[in-house]
Design a protein. Structure first.
Length: 275
């Protein structure tokens, strides 16, 4: 590399030239999509000044909806992580009869409309189903309860964790795991000390996607547990009864929670780096 090229790169202009010259078409196409993402936010925030944010958030029904979402979405995410990460590892590393069926089962909630998923859940946990009636008799109703919200959120959101974590495990060189095994580590020790750390960025991304999907879940939740209302359910009630402007305060709170979780996970796990 010549001195001029070094100076150019050190000043950052070399990277800019590569960005706009070498990949100009991808930058242009990607920029169109980013603009499409940003413009609605800009118009949304443009309405904030004309809406009473604190007055809207002071409404007792809105506060209850926020509390419900803050309680259920983290629980759903933890459940998805505890069961989803092991499943992702098995799908990445194991070969067995029926593996394709298991993979299809993981993807089914992603392709089903959430409302349809909620209807399917009702056939299993509804108050007149064997499981639902047994749980209700024990004082743990699985519909119109926090448990129902968690069931709906987990059903819809957990596949994001499994798919993303599996991609992370697929990216881990199996020779590293084999080397750990030759050093005397058990399978579980190898997973804990080698596989999980190397796949942590993908797992973290899956956790974020799962939480965001869970806290924003509406369709399945309204079918299984219309009450207690979550933030998305409350947003729909406000939209119907009071109009679009009335949803700005709670929508802003929902957006804020999502941003906090994304930033927190990035701080804890770190952002992926190119080597």
């Amino acid at each position: 590399m010549t001195e001029a090229e070094t100076d150019t790169d050190s000043n950052g202009f070399g990277g800019l030239e590569r960005l706009t010259g070498g990949i100009a078409v991808p930058v242009l196409l990607g920029g169109v999509l980013v603009t499409y993402f940003v413009v609605p936010f800009a118009f949304f925030f443009g309405q904030i000044g004309s809406v009473g944010i604190f007055e809207g958030l002071a409404d007792s029904a809105t506060r209850d909806a926020i509390s419900t979402s803050l309680l259920t979405a983290p629980v759903s995410t933890v459940i998805a992580t505890v069961f989803g990460v092991p499943l992702a590892y098995v799908l990445s590393r194991a070969s067995f009869h029926g593996k394709r069926l298991v993979e299809a089962a993981v993807l089914l909630p992603l392709v089903l409309p959430p409302i349809v998923g909620g209807v399917m859940l009702l056939t299993v946990v509804g108050r007149y189903s064997p499981i639902g009636s047994a749980a209700a008799s024990l004082g743990v109703p699985l519909t119109d309860s926090h448990a129902g919200v968690i069931l709906a959120q987990t059903f819809v959101a957990a596949p994001f964790l499994v798919v993303t974590a599996r991609a992370g495990f697929d990216g881990v060189d199996e020779r590293l795991e084999e080397a750990a095994r030759t050093m005397g580590y058990t399978r579980l020790e190898t997973i804990r000390l080698v596989s999980l750390p190397l796949a942590r960025n993908a797992i973290a991304a899956g956790v974020v996607l799962t939480f965001v999907r869970a806290i924003g879940e509406f369709g399945a939740t309204t079918m299984v547990a219309y009450n207690p209302r979550t933030m998305p359910t409350r947003i729909e009630v406000l939209r119907i009864s009071r109009g679009l402007e009335s949803i700005v305060p709670i929508a802003l709170a929902l957006l804020g929670m999502t941003i906090v979780v994304v930033v927190a996970v990035q701080l804890l796990i770190g952002t992926p780096r190119r080597h």
